[in-house]
Design a protein around this ligand. Structure first.
Ligand code: 0RA
Length: 631
């Protein structure tokens, strides 16, 4: 480290009141997820010390009182006096928003997004917060409550040690739940240990009766990938491992497997970038170029396969990508995507060179990898050909308008709407509620085929509900679709406001997304928003789409008498109500179906609706971690 901290580096100073007023702005939420966020924040501070080479040992304890202690053997939070504020640096760091980073130039930081808001945010949201520091020859301690010092920094006994210990007890006035989950903490701690080779992390639970666990991985992400591919059959038994450090550090470890999905875990400064980003894309593209170059050089590509596509290289690819950069830029809704364009081409070219060298040095594994990739290419070509022949047939069929369609009378496509409903009873209500001139109703029977799971396109072709849908839409399907032939301006999926209804909508959307994506891209597809609750208060009637809206309405009724009814389904709603709440353009609202991120959307359909239960399980597990705690 060329530059070290000096107290005059503090610049922007802002008090902590905004954090207590709007905690969710800083930690995402005040539920159990936000509660855990405090622990990640303090852990990340300690991991940052390790990232920069000052810390080798971290201990995390759930205390008897439910608080958390994180101890590290890093440099210790600075304790000297700032010339302007005349206060110890530690007090400024812990009582000021965004002051921490200003102290430590040119260091790797796990800051960005919801992370890196700083220990001061944890302090603001804690009933009790005690910092103990070993530094400059002494032990030091200061206590805080709800972001304010309870006394001055105390100089304790002389000590040669260095490090920091933070104890905090989350404020029960802020958090709806204050119970930490040991397993969740263990999982995160282990991933930090994997990502920082040699770093020892111990997690203990004094509140529960779980045994303490210690993690230390001498081979870092090589150990991590070995864990991830446990039980999966490998194409290259030794992973492709690559590491390079100059302006920034990049490290990856990859296996090709016989699985058909892709599982790449990416990290920036030890933060899991679940939406990928520059680092992951660059590694993927470096690998693609290396495999292509190797296969071409060795003349391994058969004539029928014109070129190896990136997705051929990704099939069955399992790996870890980890970068360390000074100025990580996190993007996206949950800030879990890395956007640092400057690292893209150096990573791509060095991974390409590294992987090509690996392939050349390991001909047996290299040939197995190329075989695996060519198999994927062949499957891709075969499935494209099959899809093409079926969609050609389907599109050329003269389909009669189905009996289940109650068509509208207007021919002006842009004025018309098609409501797709499930079942005869919903269909009956919708027919009575519609405007016959501009609104058509098609009732489908039962659930439509899950096209994500159906291998044979013949079966899709033979499915009556899909045939009825295609006849009604009139625009063909697949590569042979012509969106100009669509018979309605809007296609509105109108299903019950419950789990079954949602399932049917997702099945329909899967079909449309895979076989008629232009309908979505050109903005023709909508979801109707039928109410789930009816609330009657005196002469007034309110409708609520979901639990949350219902609660909002009830809160506004403020002591008035009310009656809440729950609709069992669209079929049960009387036509006037259905018209007013869901169908009449003047009073309803619709949700437009849009694809903002094609890769992410594709992944979701594949993982949620696909045949392979493993990715579906992982998808649910990733998201259920905190939901489960709410039970
Ligand atoms: C500001 C500056 C320096 C270190 C730290 C903060 C620091 C914070 C935490 C939080 C938990 N453990 C920590 N360890 C260190 C750099 C000090 C220097 O240059 O010596």
């Amino acid at each position: 480290m060329a530059k070290t901290y000096t107290a005059k580096d503090i610049t922007v100073l802002e008090g902590l009141e905004p954090v207590r007023k709007r905690p969710a702005m800083y930690i995402g939420s005040t539920d159990v997820r936000g509660l855990h966020h405090l622990a990640w924040e303090v852990l990340d501070n300690a991991v940052d010390e390790a990232l920069n080479g000052f810390c080798t040992d971290i201990k995390m304890v759930i205390e008897n009182d439910g608080g958390i202690t994180v101890t590290d053997n890093g440099r210790g939070i600075p304790v000297d006096i700032h010339p302007k504020t005349k206060r110890p640096a530690i007090e400024t760091i812990l009582c000021t928003l965004h002051a921490g980073g200003k102290f430590d130039h040119g260091a790797y930081k796990s800051s960005g997004g919801l992370h890196g808001v700083g220990a001061s945010v944890v302090n603001a949201l804690s009933e009790v917060f005690i910092a103990t520091v070993w530094r400059d020859g002494y032990e030091w301690a200061q206590e805080f409550s709800r972001g304010k010092p309870k006394g001055n920094l105390k100089k304790g006994k002389p000590s040669k040690a260095h490090g920091t210990e933070i104890y905090f007890k989350p404020d029960s006035a802020i958090f709806s739940k204050t119970h930490y989950n040991f397993k969740t903490i263990v999982g995160v701690a282990e991933s930090k240990a994997f990502l920082n080779k040699g770093l020892k992390i111990t997690v203990a639970d004094k509140l529960g009766d779980e045994k303490a666990v210690t993690f230390k991985y001498e081979n870092g992400i090589k150990d991590y990938i070995a864990r991830i591919v446990q039980g999966v059959s490998l194409v290259n038994p030794e992973p492709f491992y690559f590491e390079k450090e100059d302006e920034f550090k990049v490290e990856c470890a990859m296996h090709w497997t016989t699985a058909t999905d892709t599982e790449i875990h990416s990290y920036a400064n030890s933060i899991n970038t679940t939406d990928g980003g520059t680092h992951e894309l660059a590694v993927r593209s470096g690998l693609t170029k290396a495999v292509r170059a190797y296969a071409e050089r060795k003349n391994l590509i058969p004539k029928n396969i014109k070129a190896i596509a990136p997705e051929d290289v990704y099939e069955g690819l399992y790996g870890i990508v980890s970068v360390l950069i000074k100025n990580p830029q996190f993007q996206g809704q949950t800030k879990e995507k890395l956007n640092n364009p400057e690292i893209s081409s150096p990573i791509e070219s060095s991974v390409k060179n590294g992987c090509e060298a690996y392939l050349l040095a390991n001909p047996t594994m290299a040939d197995a990898v190329v075989k695996r990739v060519l198999l994927a290419a062949e499957a891709r070509l075969a499935s494209r050909a099959a899809k093409d022949s079926v969609t050609r047939k389907l599109s050329s069929l003269k389909l009669n308008l189905p009996g289940k369609l109650a068509d509208c009378s207007s021919n002006k496509v842009e004025d018309t709407e098609l409501f797709i409903v499930e079942g005869d009873s919903a269909g009956g209500s919708a027919k009575m509620a519609r405007d016959r001139k501009t609104q058509a109703v098609l009732s489908l029977r039962g659930k439509i085929l899950n096209v994500e799971q159906v291998a044979s396109l013949e079966r899709i072709q033979a499915n009556n509900e899909i045939k009825n849908l295609l006849a009604t839409l009139g625009c063909g399907v697949g590569q042979h679709m012509d969106v100009n032939k669509l018979r309605y301006g809007r296609v509105i999926l109108m299903t019950d406001a419950d789990v079954d209804g949602a399932h049917i909508s997702v099945l329909l959307l899967t079909f449309i997304y895979r076989y008629m994506p232009e309908l979505i891209n050109k903005g023709h597809v909508f979801l109707a928003m039928p109410p789930l609750y009816r609330i009657e208060a005196g002469k007034e009637v309110f409708y609520a789409m979901d639990e949350m809206e219902k609660e909002k309405i009830l809160a506004k009724l403020n002591g008035r008498k009310y009656d809440v009814g729950r609709f069992k389904g669209l079929g049960e709603m009387n036509p006037e109500t259905l018209k007013e709440t869901t169908m009449n353009p003047k009073s309803r609202s619709l949700m437009k179906v849009q694809v903002l991120d094609h890769k992410a959307t594709n992944d979701v359909f594949e993982r949620l609706m696909g045949k392979d239960p493993k990715p579906r399980f992982l998808f649910i597990k990733e998201r259920a971690e905190f939901a489960e705690l709410d039970i």
